[in-house]
Design a binder for this molecule. Structure first.
Ligand code: LRH
Ligand code: MN
Length: 399
């Protein structure tokens, strides 16, 4: 069903929804990334934090909804607090603010048997020092969220004490919570497996919820859409986190098999629609929500800036489709268990082509009606590829 422009009420609602929807983009999404089987280098990929801010500014110029850039500390601030002044300068030059601060507890050799859950107290201590440094970097940059994902786990049964590791992590997250500024949040990200293939210390939403509650009121749960077993009902998990007041944010991406980190909506756009529906429902029932919508993808084959713009546009469209569900009518049909009518109303919104009204919103906001076409017309990708090809820097590790 194509939305007709005459639906001024819907148009007004659409504009309001689109005005409120901001997406945070990851610095590592602009860098050369790959899999364990290799990395296909793109000449125009960003390798310096300056280039990552420049690419983020281009995405924000085209979409108008990505004012913040998620930073991964070891990759973007290798000298920690000493790099804050330089990042502040980049923020001012590119009018892009630093977003969530991501500690890196998975790269160093000493984290072979874990970081905050490592049996060796000295290694746990050093890992905690890194996380506390990230909290201070967040304060110095005015970033609200400390977004914590850990690779911690084991590969073989009997080789680690799962319960001892739970206690060590509780201790570390409480110490981290105590260090937070009043406006800061600790986002606890779960992942069922990889790189650990027997147990992962924060493997699912239940464990992440426990650690968040146990750490304190400024801790909540981050849902990476790629961090679920196939067949898991992710929107039900979102409904639970909304109900328990623990939903802090999302890492959006798509997958066919595991944590594939593909572009949002490329495999199962209906999944993201179902998630957004739970959020819009909670909001329409008066729940006060504070959700960080973030992208976490690795663009191994697609052009990195193109993939980022495509992802932001897809997120806007799916967010708006879900916002247009007639919730009042749906509640009646749910109450009367009129299954087919309820499903047709719900799915009908997903079938709705919102692209015309999103284009109208962009034009009304002085933005290019078609950001992807505008990117191609801008020649930005070709220009930075020429500029960056000249530099002879070696390509770094993950990002
Ligand atoms: C782990 C993860 C985490 C990031 C990393 C780049 O799979 O989702 O959020 O730190 O990807
Ligand atoms: Mn993630």
């Amino acid at each position: 069903m194509v939305m007709s422009h005459s639906d001024s009420a819907i148009r007004e609602k659409a504009f309001k929804e689109l005005d409120s929807f901001l997406v945070e983009i990851p610095s590592w999404g602009f860098a050369n990334t790959g899999t364990r089987f290799g990395k296909f280098v793109q000449a125009g990929a960003a390798t310096t934090i300056e280039e990552k801010f420049a690419d983020a500014a281009e995405v924000n110029r085209l979409t108008g909804v990505t004012p913040t850039l998620a930073l991964h500390v070891l990759w973007d601030l290798p000298n920690g607090l000493k790099d804050v002044a330089a990042v502040r300068e980049l923020e001012a030059r590119f009018a892009i603010r630093s977003g969530s601060i991501n500690p890196n507890l998975f790269q160093d050799q000493e984290y072979k048997f874990g970081s905050l859950c490592n049996p060796e107290a000295a290694i746990r201590e050093r890992a905690l020092v890194h996380v506390l440094d990230c909290v201070e970097i967040g304060k110095a940059l005015g970033s609200r969220d400390i977004s914590l994902w850990m690779a911690d786990g084991s590969n073989y049964p009997g080789t680690q004490s799962v319960r001892k590791r739970i206690a060590w992590l509780e201790e570390a997250l409480s110490a981290t919570h105590q260090r937070l500024a009043p406006n800061q949040r600790l986002l606890v990200e779960y992942k069922p497996f990889e790189p650990a293939f027997y147990h992962t210390d924060i493997a699912d939403w239940g464990m992440a919820s426990h650690f968040a509650r146990q750490a304190g009121p400024q801790a909540c749960v981050l849902v990476d859409t790629g961090h679920h077993y196939l067949g898991q009902n992710i929107e039900q998990i979102v409904a639970w986190l909304l109900h328990t007041g623990l939903l802090g944010g999302f890492h959006f991406n798509d997958r066919r098999y595991a944590d594939d980190d593909l572009t949002l909506g490329s495999i199962d756009p209906y999944q993201i629609f179902r998630i957004f529906h739970e959020i819009h429902s909670a909001q329409s029932e008066g729940l006060k929500l504070d959700i960080a919508y973030m992208i976490d993808q690795s663009h191994n084959l697609k052009g990195k800036i193109e993939a980022m713009v495509q992802t932001v546009v897809t997120a806007q469209e799916l967010y708006l489709k879900a916002a247009l569900v007639d919730r009042e009518r749906l509640a009646e049909l749910q109450q009367s268990c009129d299954l087919v009518a309820a499903e047709e109303l719900y799915r009908g919104a997903f079938w709705t082509d919102v692209r015309p009204v999103v284009k109208e919103w962009r034009e009304a906001r002085g933005l290019p009606a078609d950001p992807l076409a505008a990117l191609r017309e801008s020649g930005y990708v070709e220009r930075v590829a020429r500029e960056r090809e000249k530099r002879s820097t070696v390509v770094g590790s993950y990002a």
